[in-house]
Design a binder for this molecule. Sequence first.
Ligand code: ZN
Ligand code: ZN
Length: 153
Amino acid sequence: MSQAEVPAAVLATDARCAYHANNQAVATCERCGDFVCALCSTPSEGRCYCAACFDLLYQRGSLWMTQRSFTLPDTASFTLAVLSLPGLCFYGLGVILAVVGVVLGVMALKQIAAQPDLPGRKQAIAAIAVGVCSLLLLGIALVGISLLPPITI
Ligand SMILES: [Zn+2]
Ligand SMILES: [Zn+2]
């Protein structure tokens, strides 16, 4: 943070960091309002938080970067799993889409297990279920075709 961004009041009162009594404050936390020194200030997404508030926000998954890392595999897995259903008409394509959808769904579930606060668990499970159903349908169709007597015209 440059000197120009430091509030005048902070400099004038010679405020001290809430965590380090020996360090001069360079900013205030945007969440709790505590004075923070250069060591403690944790810039994130254009805002400045103290270390405690940053940890709290990170664990809640309310920071943009934690949501981003989650949303990507979750949404992709569901989309692929749904696409695998019409893809069954083209056997090779359906299998690939279903398998990738299930794998991405499992990845998303593992991510949710590590951070239980994250949303999207149902979507990830639905993606796996749809993908597995696609594979089952495909298996039944293949067995059915192989059991049918050859069609003679
Ligand atoms: Zn704070
Ligand atoms: Zn400090």
